[in-house]
Design a protein around this ligand. Structure first.
Ligand SMILES: Cc1cc2nc3c(=O)[nH]c(=O)nc-3n(C[C@H](O)[C@H](O)[C@H](O)COP(=O)(O)OP(=O)(O)OC[C@H]3O[C@@H](n4cnc5c(N)ncnc54)[C@H](O)[C@@H]3O)c2cc1C
Length: 457
């Protein structure tokens, strides 16, 4: 009986999984394998919220495979060594996996290919599993990637999504391949109190609910912070419990203006993946340098900590930072605001903010986190790199009655507009009754500092 390994990474599902289908069509048995990568954890990317969500995903993937007569094999350590070991134990001829976009994923693929070929085995890397459109599939004339979103979107939207790959009925797994115990969510320390549940079943249910309800209004209210009217599919996309292609296809089938606006956001995800695949250094270095001399922990340590703690004295910023800590997730508009506040209002290095987000975000991923941070800092792909979001104007537009602030900043829960957004305007005794800090900076001074630093007067 021939055997093929399916190496799972950011694609923890049985539905629409081309590597699993390919392995099943070329071998009699498959070994579905997940390796808990010690390097990812050692590099500080194993944030508790993602570890907990991952535990749910692995448990559910195992259940999905068991329902088909199989099971998930879990190992830990260096994925190349672990795959080579499992290939030896199962005498597998082939390994199938989804292509990754980061420099780390690419080097892992190369190392794995070498190690397998030395043993006479083959690695098949499948594109378009993690994203709807593979990085590099669309390129503009004269470049290896799109640096501006709109022309990318035009080409992306004109490309029909690939056909979906149905979940297999049977997944025969060879006997006797040892597996470590699945990690348990409950064993992870430091998890956000309100963290969402992971897993393919959960993700599929969320998608179905979203397509039959919330998506209709998405175009009009996705930026309304208190309405919380976005899909919340991002952690499922991050762990691949639901496929981006399936989301796009089903949203397009549903149709309507809301679905069109939603699909456009999925394209932003692919856009960032194709930038990172072409420019892997953008994970840590400015995509487009603006010659910033950012403030860092050394000269702005207390301000950075106040930002992290949600105690900047700007209620909308603080609400967002507290949502991040409590849910391990933050609304997109809030991410834009808090990132603009850190990089432009406080003029702090975007990498410091990106790191904090990666420490907490359940959907934290290198492509979308780092490149969105760069977008907000003006060192990325924003065509208006010097725009600064004013938290008071943003509050008026996106939290007009203060409900979002009241939800996350209990000290201000008794206040109405305008005080909920500007508690410093309260009269002396009312102000003194609230344990909430004064604004960390004056917005006009901060804007002046930013503009001078960027050499725009
Ligand atoms: C500073 C900053 C950091 C971010 N970090 C991450 C991150 O680490 N991981 C992550 O997945 N997203 C990140 N985003 C993008 C976006 O905020 C989240 O994807 C979105 O808030 C997730 O919520 P949702 O699933 O309800 O989104 P919806 O509004 O329902 O959108 C659907 C999907 O489209 C994609 N999407 C939406 N907006 C964006 C965007 N701006 N860029 C890329 N993809 C997008 C996501 O996959 C999302 O799940 C970041 C944005 C900013 C401004």
């Amino acid at each position: 009986m021939t055997v093929a390994i399916v190496l799972y990474t950011s694609d923890l599902r049985v539905n629409d999984h081309p590597p699993l289908r390919a392995a099943l069509s070329s071998a009699g048995e498959v070994v579905p394998l997940f390796v808990r990568d010690s390097r990812i954890e050692a590099a500080g990317f194993g944030a508790p919220n993602r570890q907990a969500f991952l535990a749910d995903c692995l448990a559910d993937l195992d259940a999905g495979l068991r329902a088909r007569g199989g099971r998930l094999i879990v190992r830990s350590g260096d994925p190349v060594a672990a795959v080579a070991a499992v290939a030896g134990e199962s005498d597998a001829d082939e390994v199938h996996m989804a292509a990754g976009a980061s420099a780390y994923a690419r080097s892992r693929e190369a190392r794995l290919r070498d190690a397998l070929e030395r043993e006479g085995r083959r690695l098949y890397v499948h594109e378009g599993v993690v994203t709807a459109v593979a990085p590099g599939e669309l390129t503009p004339a004269g470049s290896d990637h799109f640096a501006v979103f709109t022309p990318y979107f035009r080409r992306w939207a004109a490309l029909p999504p690939r056909a979906l790959s149905a979940a297999p009925r049977h997944v025969p797994v060879p006997e006797g391949i040892a597996s470590q115990a699945l990690p348990a969510r409950g064993a992870v320390r430091g998890v956000s109190d309100l963290l969402a549940r992971g897993g393919e079943a959960e993700g599929r249910e969320l998608l179905t609910r979203w397509l039959s309800g919330g998506i209709r209004q998405y175009g009009q209210i996705h930026d309304d912070l208190a309405a919380d009217a976005t899909s919340r599919l991002s952690p499922h996309l991050h762990f691949g419990t639901v496929s981006a292609t399936e989301i796009v296809r089903r949203a397009q089938q549903r149709g309507g203006l809301g679905a069109a606006a939603f699909v456009r956001q999925i394209c932003w995800r692919d856009f960032h993946y194709q930038v990172l695949a072409a420019r892997p250094d953008a994970a840590a270095a400015d995509y487009r340098s603006r010659h910033d001399h950012w403030r860092t922990e050394r000269d702005a340590g207390e301000e950075i900590q106040a930002w992290r703690d949600g105690r900047t004295g700007y209620p909308l910023i603080d609400a967002a930072m507290r949502q991040l800590r409590q849910e391990g997730w933050m609304h997109n508009r809030a991410r834009l605001l808090t990132a603009s506040f850190l990089t432009k209002t406080l003029y702090v290095d975007w990498r410091i903010g990106a790191r904090h987000f990666l420490d907490l975000l359940v959907d934290g991923d290198i492509a979308n986190n780092q490149l969105n941070w760069q977008w907000a800092a003006g060192t990325g792909t924003d065509t208006r790199p010097n725009r600064v979001l004013n938290p008071l104007l943003q509050a008026r537009r996106f939290d007009p009655d203060g409900a979002y602030v009241r939800r996350w900043v209990p000290e201000l829960a008794g206040l109405s507009v305008p005080y909920v957004h500007q508690p410093w305007k309260l009269s002396g005794p009312d102000r003194a009754a609230i344990d909430y800090p004064e604004p960390l900076v004056d917005l006009t001074d901060a804007l002046g500092r930013f503009r001078r630093s960027r050499g725009i007067g």
